[in-house]
Design a protein around this ligand. Structure first.
Ligand code: COA
Length: 697
């Protein structure tokens, strides 16, 4: 996949220049100086030779096959060069040139034309507006980056060229190697998804790293990422926000969602590890590229000082790692050589006067304990210790073990040499314990992701034609918002449990309906024009008898006449009142990049004030529905506190799965709320009390 980009037999540089400092010169120079062994053809209409290589006027005048063209001519000339590529059957091109989509409408038009033409000609494109690409296995540096990454196992792609430059500089400084290094630019043709898939197939790439500002096709990315992450970790840092969350929203769900929610959900549901900062991207990259995954959560910390040990233990507490108690056999072995003042509990404190031999012996014993799945070695440079000797000892012991080892040597001047030793031997080393723990935690989560069982989707039998009919009639009436009775019919079709209810147009009908439904009842206005019924005085709860029913009917209808006299009134809905339920809210919204999103939260202040909600992208699997219920901070309230019965979690899960299916079945639903879904005590299900659905043709 994309082989001609990464291991071409021949490369042409169109716009190659004799003048140092010009991009076309630098690219050619990079291709020639880092050992690329294929044929290289500089293309320039005015030169006969560039950097010792015969130059050609154009691509057609090269009488050999060319696998890859790197294009660095001004924007106005790019289309012609792509035409030449097509004629010469060059199927891969990297367009360095800027001045396309990123500059506005004129550039966008140019890029669209270019994209269509390239597709017709069968020329695949990386860029435009990019820094270029590098493959260390074929020693190809087809970029104008200042330097060549060291060979290694990290595949990196980035939407930002500047980020490429920064990462490369960091990597050279830290001795971190790369398999491939790709600047995606405007992603006119080859997207992050295709690049990720190609890196997944590259045998030199063990870890895939990405910097993204946007994702072209969210659902396609998720599907691909789910596959790739089964075998290789994908770590992505995402910056920037889209306007999807800022649009005016009429539903709760729409108002609560931001594009960040969509990315978090998409990454979580497809096993992508998200780095929150560049720093985190680097620390994760170091860990994943060089260390085996921990087989379990058991972590041991070895330290020569209390403070950093406690910091590490605190960070561990906030993670899914487990600072496991050291078992007796191991503790006894440690006691054989540790001073009596040392602590053989976890963190294992070998105290301030520990020389390097004490570190080595301790690490050796700890690594042999199969309950310990990962080790973090902390060191503060006391006068008693030679940090470099400790580093050498760790490197030696780490060579034969299948457990991740990370190091935090605190300080700077006295630990510099030790850090260099770790970098040279691919042992992840960090400045602070928290960073090491975060990286180890990410590795453990990834391992769990890989070990999880296949995703299961549950489908319910639904007569979709009924829903289609309702939508057709709503559209015919030039409406977007469904009235409650329509929304209820749809929920019913999808198997939701609904409270018993009737529409009453007169006081007499209201009284009759209430006695049929059975007291106590709730009464609320039925109108396509009243969306916020309570705010308009359109809802009465706890109606216990006939007199109250009459009074409620009178007040609700009068309130409407007073506050929204133009609203079309269909009557008053008389509804069974569900007591003893916990109010939760479920919703659908649509993200521009990822499509249908499902929301869940506890009703009332939890959603409105605390915004304690969870989002996932539909379709939801059973596990994902469970995970989103557990994700909200107020989840313990659903399990029951202070003697209250636990809420029926299965009922919530069932409702989430049905809503997810609805969102997938009907893309015309752009927003929906079930607010509230009243969740009865365990075993008694959940009832969708009120719903709002907005559709778009
Ligand atoms: N075929 C072959 N060579 C061509 C050509 C064509 N169709 N059109 C121009 N050239 C030659 C020129 O003669 C020139 O050679 P010379 O130096 O010997 O005169 C060379 O290509 C470059 O053309 P020039 O007009 O001097 O452009 P430039 O070097 O100033 O700029 C780009 C060209 C591509 C670098 C510039 O348009 C650009 O896009 N710069 C920004 C790149 C960028 O930032 N990318 C994103 C990074 S993240």
């Amino acid at each position: 996949m994309l082989e001609h980009f990464f291991s071409p037999s021949s490369v042409a540089v169109v716009g190659a220049s004799q003048k140092p400092g010009k991009i076309g010169h630098d690219i050619l120079n990079n291709i020639l100086r880092y050992g690329y062994s294929g044929a290289v053809y500089p293309i320039n209409p005015n030169a006969r030779e560039i950097l010792g290589h015969k130059a050609y006027h154009n691509l057609a005048s090269v009488h050999y096959d060319i696998d890859l063209a790197v294009i660095a001519v001004p924007p106005a000339g790019v289309m012609d060069v792509v035409e030449q590529c097509g004629k010469k059957k060059i199927d891969s091109a990297v367009i360095i040139t800027a001045g396309f989509k990123e500059i506005g409408p004129e550039g966008t038009r140019l890029e669209e034309e270019l994209s269509m033409r390239a597709r017709d000609l069968g020329v695949r494109i990386v860029g435009p507006n990019c820094l270029g690409i590098v493959d260390t296995a074929s020693s190809l540096n087809a970029s104008f980056a200042a330097g060549m990454p060291l060979p290694g196992h990290i595949g990196f792609f980035s939407q930002s060229g500047a980020m490429c430059v920064a990462i490369l500089d960091w990597a050279l400084g830290e001795n971190v190697g790369f398999s491939r290094f790709v600047s995606l630019g405007n992603k006119m043709d080859i997207s992050e998804t295709e690049m990720m898939l190609s890196m997944a197939q590259d045998e030199n790439t063990r870890v895939i790293l990405g910097y993204l500002e946007s994702i072209e096709d969210g659902q396609h990315f998720m599907k691909a990422a789910r596959e790739v992450t089964k075998t290789k970790p994908v770590i992505i840092i995402k910056s920037g926000t889209t306007s999807s969350g800022a649009k005016a929203a009429s539903s709760h769900t729409g108002a609560l969602v931001g594009s960040n929610h969509a990315f978090c959900a998409a990454f979580e549901q497809s096993g992508v590890i998200r780095a929150e900062s560049t720093q985190e991207l680097f620390s994760y990259a170091m860990a994943f590229a060089n260390q085996p995954l921990p087989k379990g959560p058991g972590l041991a910390i070895i330290t020569n000082s209390g403070g950093p040990g406690i910091l590490a233990a605190d960070a561990c507490d906030r993670s899914s790692l487990h600072l496991i108690p050291i078992r007796k056999e191991t503790a006894d072995r440690l006691r054989e050589f540790l001073p009596p003042t040392a602590s053989v509990y976890n963190p294992i404190d070998i105290i301030g006067d520990a020389p390097h031999e004490r570190y080595e012996k301790t690490l050796e014993v700890v690594l042999k304990d199969e309950m310990i799945h990962a080790v973090l070695v902390l060191l503060t440079p006391t006068a008693a210790v030679d940090p470099e000797a400790v580093a050498r000892g760790i490197v030696e012991l780490a060579a034969d073990v299948d457990k991740p080892i990370m190091t935090v040597f605190m300080g700077e001047r006295r630990v510099r040499g030790a850090r260099k030793i770790f970098q040279d031997h691919s042992i992840p080393t960090y400045g602070y314990p928290e960073d090491a723990i975060a990286a180890m935690d990410a590795m453990l989560s990834y391992r769990r992701w890989r070990e999880r069982s296949e995703i299961e989707y549950q489908r319910f039998e639904v007569d979709r034609s009924k829903v289609r009919k309702i939508f057709a009639s709503v559209i015919k009436q030039h409406r977007h918002d469904l009235i409650e009775s329509e929304a209820r019919r749809i929920l019913k079709t999808y198997g939701f449990r609904l409270p018993e209810s009737r529409i009453a147009r007169t006081t007499k009908e209201a009284v009759k309906a209430a006695s049929e439904v059975g007291y106590p009842v709730v009464m609320k206005i039925a109108s396509p024009d009243v969306l916020h019924k309570s705010d308009m005085g359109g809802v009465r709860v706890g109606i216990e008898n006939e007199a109250m029913a009459k009074d409620a009917f009178f007040h609700i209808t009068s309130n409407m006449q007073l506050r929204q006299p133009r609203a079309r009134i269909l009557g008053v809905m008389v509804q069974e009142m569900i007591s003893q339920g916990r109010e939760v809210i479920l919703g659908i919204t649509r993200d521009i990049q990822f499509g249908p999103m499902i929301m869940f939260g506890l009703g009332g202040i939890y959603v409105e004030v605390l915004k304690d909600v969870a989002f996932r992208i539909a379709p939801l699997s059973v596990e994902e529905a469970d995970a989103m219920i557990r994700d909200i901070r107020s989840f313990p309230l659903l399990r029951g506190v202070r003697g209250e019965p636990a809420a029926d979690i299965e009922g919530i899960r069932d409702a989430l799965l049905r809503l997810s299916q609805m969102a997938i079945d009907f893309p015309e639903i752009i927003e929906a709320d079930i607010n509230p879904l009243l969740v009865c005590p365990e075993g008694r299900g959940a009832v969708a009390v009120d719903a709002r659905i907005t559709i778009q043709e």
